[in-house]
Write a protein that binds this ligand. Structure first.
Ligand SMILES: [Zn+2]
Length: 163
């Protein structure tokens, strides 16, 4: 059955499983799995893993479930740490675990630009260099698409830093 991913606009045909609380369509979830498999098979691809997970999980965590709201806030804040604060991967990983303890995350309206940002170029990459560039571009576009809520993510970063 043909379906369109409400989070990123990907149109595909797949009847497999979906994530428990993130808003992947079946075809998008399967394609994300293929991209992740490449990263786990090849260390050079894996370089982009942190950024891919933050951008993709952030973009697809748009449902009402409490876990989805938490995922949206902390992964979007992680993108902000990467692009605006130039934080290192260990700093971002530490932030994610500290931010998860905060416990309450408000629902946010999906900005109109977000469903237009796709992983097509990542899936089409034919080597690790292209993969890394495509992930960086995708993540930057996700970060920019969610600009209307940047003050919320900045406040979360400050709150975690102040603890
Ligand atoms: Zn999607």
């Amino acid at each position: 059955m043909m379906d369109k991913c409400i989070a990123c606009g990907f149109v595909g045909t797949h009847s497999g499983p979906v994530h428990a609380y993130m808003s992947f369509s079946p075809a998008c979830w399967a394609r994300y799995g293929e991209i992740l498999a490449r990263e786990f098979e090849d260390r050079a691809y894996f370089e982009a893993h942190r950024l891919l997970v933050d951008a993709c999980c952030g973009q697809h965590s748009i449902g009402p479930d409490r876990r989805a709201r938490q995922s949206l806030h902390i992964h979007m804040a992680a993108l902000m740490l990467h692009f605006e604060d130039r934080a290192s991967k260990p700093e971002i990983v530490a932030f994610l675990s500290n931010a998860a303890r905060i416990g309450e995350f408000a629902p946010l309206e999906v900005p109109p630009a977000s469903p237009l940002v796709s992983m097509d170029a990542i899936h089409a990459a034919s080597n690790a260099r292209e993969h890394g560039q495509a992930v960086a571009e995708y993540a930057r576009r996700v970060h920019e698409a969610w600009a209307p809520h940047h003050p919320v993510f900045r406040a979360l970063i400050e709150r975690v830093r102040g603890r």
